[in-house]
Design a protein around this ligand. Structure first.
Ligand code: TYM
Length: 338
């Protein structure tokens, strides 16, 4: 088994990233290394240049995100942690796969439609071909499993389509170059929603900081954000079905359940009939208890730029080695002489 996943380096993790993806990264690294498999986790800095950005900020954010992942429990002795820019094979394989990916496939990507908005003509070419780079990230390492939140499912389906078409078009049936990856999406926290709007996902690009819980928020701020979170006037139901049509309530109960490692049904058994005046303080307390220690480790780690650079350089060296056979096979399959 080979596990791989990535995150854009924004300098900060929010609760959606943590519950939707990073907790699974940490869990899988234990399971997979016990079975002799390999986990690779990376900072998608090449993806970050698809939107306008400040170069100095990107450098700082890449280190900060490395610190955040280590603070969450990524163990760099067991897992390979690196940033894409240190492994040129990602960009090389993207170019090779650009010959296989179809414009029609990319045009259907909801992230492209959301991020480009009405100004498609003004969007960067990198934003449009971003899913091909993501396919390259995954396919380069013969990845079998990709732990992500639900918003990345469509990109992984595209990676499978690219792999399949490349294998069909350029490889003998018994010698495919690429493995088809499976997404691993958590059941309860696949899509953590904004605290201000139960129909929008929690996101780093939301202009309102009150819409998300950041790993760096202190206890006071977490309390404030939970207190101000949008809800409805009804008490909590006794069964999960009672949350139908109550997006905000369902989101908060889902967050509680995931943080407490309980099912939604268990949480509702404890809080049935109670209003948000009672539920919100309990949720805020749980958040502070679970995220506080991560926040403390993050604050200590982020100061040491040299140590973070050393971690990323070491990870990249191992990633470059693992990437070489598949990159070579891709060039050869296409008839490219090197
Ligand atoms: P990114 O940086 O937007 O998010 C990182 C991870 O966090 C998950 N996530 C969420 N999960 C649940 N609820 C939310 N509100 C929420 N917001 C974010 C995302 O699903 C993701 O797993 N394109 C990717 C990075 C990437 C990648 C890859 C991932 C590049 N190459 C190859 C996997 C494999 C992205 O922008 O994630």
């Amino acid at each position: 088994m080979r596990v791989l996943s990535g995150i854009q380096p924004t300098g900060n993790l929010h609760l959606g990233n943590y519950l939707g993806a990073i907790r699974n990264w940490v869990r899988m690294q234990e399971e997979i290394s016990a079975q002799g498999g390999q986990c690779l986790y990376f900072l998608a800095d090449l993806h970050a240049i698809s939107m306008p950005h400040d170069p100095a900020q990107l450098t700082a954010n890449t280190r900060a995100m490395a610190a955040a992942l280590v603070a969450c429990g990524i163990d760099t002795d067991r897992s390979i942690l690196f940033n894409q820019a240190r492994v040129p094979a990602h960009a090389e394989l993207q170019w090779l796969l650009n010959g296989t990916a179809r414009m029609g496939w990319l045009n259907r990507m909801t992230q492209w439609k959301d991020k480009a908005g009405k100004n498609r003509e003004g969007a960067s070419a990198a934003l449009f071909t971003y899913p091909v780079l993501q396919a390259a990230d995954v396919l380069l390492y013969q990845t079998t499993h990709v732990p992500v939140g639900e918003d990345q499912k469509q990109h992984l389906e595209l990676a499978r389509d690219v792999a399949q078409k490349f294998n069909n078009d350029y490889c003998a049936p018994d010698a495919p170059v690429f493995t088809l990856p499976e997404p691993i999406i958590p059941k309860e926290a696949a899509r953590i929603m904004s605290l201000r709007d139960g129909s929008a996902k929690m996101s780093k690009s939301d202009p309102s900081d009150m819409s998300r819980i950041n790993l760096t928020d202190d206890a006071d701020l977490m309390n404030q954000k939970v207190k101000k979170a949008r809800t409805d006037p009804e008490p909590l139901p006794s069964e999960p079905e009672g949350l139908e049509g109550r997006a905000e309530a369902r989101n908060l109960v889902g967050i509680y359940a995931t943080l407490a490692n309980q099912s939604v049904a268990d949480v509702l058994r404890d809080f049935a009939g109670q209003g948000f005046g009672q539920f919100k303080p309990a949720l805020a307390e749980l958040m502070v208890e679970k995220l506080g220690p991560i926040n403390q480790r993050f604050t200590a780690l982020r100061e040491d730029s040299a140590a973070l650079d050393a971690i990323l350089a070491k990870g990249a060296e191992r990633a470059r080695e693992l990437a070489t056979p598949t990159l070579d096979a891709s060039y050869a399959a296409l008839g490219l002489c090197r």
